[in-house]
Design a protein around this ligand. Structure first.
Ligand code: ADP
Ligand code: MG
Length: 483
């Protein structure tokens, strides 16, 4: 069932298009050699170009261009061999030049697609309209002085990629999946760290509503939403607002709005009348950007295996369900960790352990894969101890917890704590006999047909053996003695 919102006049469909600003990972800025590190003292990473001193000329940073091309290739998009930089003119205190260098009619990357994955494991291709490269502005600091605002130009001139989607998204869930997938792809490519909290990825969300089968209606843009959750909330709030406007006989005007997360509502920022006229024109300081096809091929050849390809490979090579494969490839480090654990072992069991006990342990201890107390090699050895019968599955959980706590190797923990599985038939028979003797009444009930009690006996025998009995042998002994 597709997502709809019920109004007084019937069901409404929601139409969403995204504009995402992604900060390019590069050591220097787009048109200057100043550093881009996050968190430097104000105005310590500013060249004369960034500060717009008269007579300074921008020189394009080849690595930023390479990053944009890699991203375009990762989005299955057309790379435009000729693109152009324009000046987008507006006045603001944190923009000393009075214009931002951007790409308007001739972006470096044309149309592409992002395949999103939904909760029901279905996928949907979302059109990417374009990707263009532009400069970031500086930052105004209003909280440093009671009556003055300060300007920090460290960010001025840092390269951004603006990635615009087609209005193909139809629900908050799809929009969330789009952002997460885009972030995953950017991280795999190493072209943007995708950190929404630090502002290195920011989303403008365009929302309209319509009745089924109608042409698109007017959209509103909700600017600068800084988390996936807020994007999803903003869409729902904005769609409901528009439905109310239409249903009460009003007309939705195209405007720019802001999402107030505290109130869970959007509010108007500026209407179309006071929209900027940016007076775009080609930047006379910069030649058109002409790319060498061989260079594009070179960049293509060095791209990593991307999430979609990896996900398909995980399904084929390891026989994993789509869901597992999707979770495991969401981060490159997780995928790598999984492959180390799965190598030469039961691949589905490895997936269960990584996604289950291992993820839970990371959550609980506030660690990441990089700082995990349990390495992939050690987790693999734990699976080996199960596979060769040294320990059973239940004891493995106990061993794993000890690995998390101590960082010790599983074999050492098994020996130290005496957790080896008991396969000795005599010892198992003895435990079974004791349990049956102590529960004569239940044995009688079992024999008169209450077969559900079998599980109870298994539990009691295991308990008597401190969890170390071989489950198959325990079952077998019980059946034999109860028959
Ligand atoms: P502009 O140039 O005015 O910003 P664009 O055509 O670039 O307009 O569209 C900006 C964004 O708005 C794109 O992500 C696009 O998918 C989205 N969009 C366009 N029309 C609609 C609509 N009717 N409803 C929702 N989103 C839309
Ligand atoms: Mg636009």
């Amino acid at each position: 069932m597709s997502y709809t919102i019920e109004g007084e006049t019937g069901l409404w469909e929601v139409v969403i298009g995204m504009e995402v600003h992604a900060q390019v990972i590069s050591r220097a800025k787009l048109f200057s050699g100043a550093a881009t590190d996050f968190g430097g003292d104000p105005n310590t990473q500013v060249s004369f170009v960034d500060a717009a001193f008269p007579g300074m000329l921008p020189v394009i940073n080849r690595e930023c261009v390479a990053q944009a091309i890699r991203t375009g290739l990762g989005l299955n998009a057309h790379i435009n061999v000729v693109s152009r930089f324009d000046r987008k003119n507006y006045f603001y205190a944190d923009l000393p030049a009075g214009y931002q260098i951007s790409q308007y009619q001739h972006p470096i990357v044309g149309s592409g697609t992002i395949e999103i994955e939904l909760a029901d494991c279905s996928t949907k291709p979302i059109g990417v309209t374009r990707l263009h490269v532009e400069q970031d502005a500086g930052k105004s600091l209003h909280d440093q002085h009671p009556t003055k605002s300060y300007i920090d130009l460290n960010r001025a001139g840092v390269a951004l990629m603006e990635i615009v989607s087609e209005p193909d998204l139809r629900s908050p869930e799809e929009a969330g999946a789009y952002l997460r997938k885009l972030r995953t792809i950017l991280r795999y490519l190493g072209t943007c760290d995708g950190n929404m909290e630090e502002g290195s990825m920011r989303a403008d969300v365009n929302v309209s509503v319509r009745k089924h089968g109608e042409p698109f209606r007017t959209r509103c843009e909700v600017k600068n939403v800084n988390s996936v959750r807020f994007v999803m909330q903003a869409i729902e709030a904005e769609a409901r607002r528009q439905i109310q406007v239409w249903e009460s006989g009003g007309i939705v005007e195209q405007e720019t709005r802001l999402f107030d997360a505290g109130r869970g509502a959007t509010r108007s920022m500026r209407t179309k009348e006071d929209a900027h006229d940016y007076r775009y024109f080609p930047d006379p300081d910069l030649l058109p950007l002409v790319l060498d096809e061989a260079w594009i091929e070179e960049l293509k050849a060095t791209l990593p295996e991307l999430p979609d390809a990896k996900r398909r490979r995980f399904m084929e090579q390891y026989g994993l369900p789509a869901y597992d494969a999707g979770v495991l490839v969401a981060e490159q480090a997780t995928a790598e960790f999984y492959e180390t654990v799965a190598k030469g072992r039961d691949a589905k069991l490895a997936a269960n352990w990584v996604m289950g006990d291992f993820f839970a342990a990371l959550n609980r201890t506030g660690r990441t894969i990089e700082t995990s107390p349990v390495s992939a090699a050690s987790l693999g050895k734990l699976l080996d101890l199960m596979a060769d019968g040294t320990i059973n599955g239940r004891i493995a959980k106990e061993v794993f917890e000890a690995m998390v706590d101590t960082g010790d190797e599983p074999a050492i923990i098994v020996e130290k704590k005496g957790l080896r599985q008991v396969t000795d038939a005599g010892a198992i028979d003895e435990a079974v006999d004791k349990v049956l003797a102590a529960n004569a009444e239940k044995v009688a009930q079992y024999k008169s047909g209450k077969e559900r009690l079998f599980g109870f006996f298994v539990g009691q025998v295991m308990k008597a053996m401190a969890g170390k009995g071989n489950p198959a042998l325990v079952n077998e002994a019980l059946r034999r003695k109860l028959s």
